[in-house]
Design a binder for this molecule. Structure first.
Ligand SMILES: [Zn+2]
Length: 127
């Protein structure tokens, strides 16, 4: 039962991440500049790739941007361009990498997800 609930919380939180990122950054691919993204070509990509992300970074808005399918899937997130553009936009990518290392062993329990969902719901409402 607990496992099912966490899965639902993760889904809900990811949905909020996607909506916030879309609202803030629109439908232009952050890494290649392709415009007019829509439907299944409008992804939300991770700078620090999901497979090596802590839960903290998997849902960190600083680590997420809109991407096209080609950049997110075929170019595995196109991270050289991702990093260059984050730096251009004054995001401290070294701090992100450090934060990922530091939160790797962090336990993201249901409480953590519920809190994050509440926090992002407010962000979405005001953004
Ligand atoms: Zn792209």
């Amino acid at each position: 039962v607990k496992k099912v609930k966490t899965t639902l919380l993760k889904k809900k939180l990811w949905e909020l991440c996607k909506q916030i990122i879309r609202k803030r950054h629109g439908n232009v691919c952050y890494t290649c500049g392709a415009a007019g993204l829509e439907g299944s070509n409008w992804h939300t990509g991770h700078f620090i790739t999901k497979s090596v992300c802590s839960a903290e970074l998997a849902y960190a808005l600083e680590n997420l941007r809109p991407q096209c399918y080609a950049c997110n899937i075929h170019r595995s997130g196109n991270w050289p361009a991702f990093e260059a553009h984050l730096i251009r936009d004054k995001v401290d990518t070294e701090a992100l990498k450090k934060r990922n290392q530091e939160t790797k062993g962090m336990l993201a329990d249901n409480f953590w997800y519920v809190n994050k969902i509440a926090e992002y719901q407010v962000l979405l409402d005001i953004s």
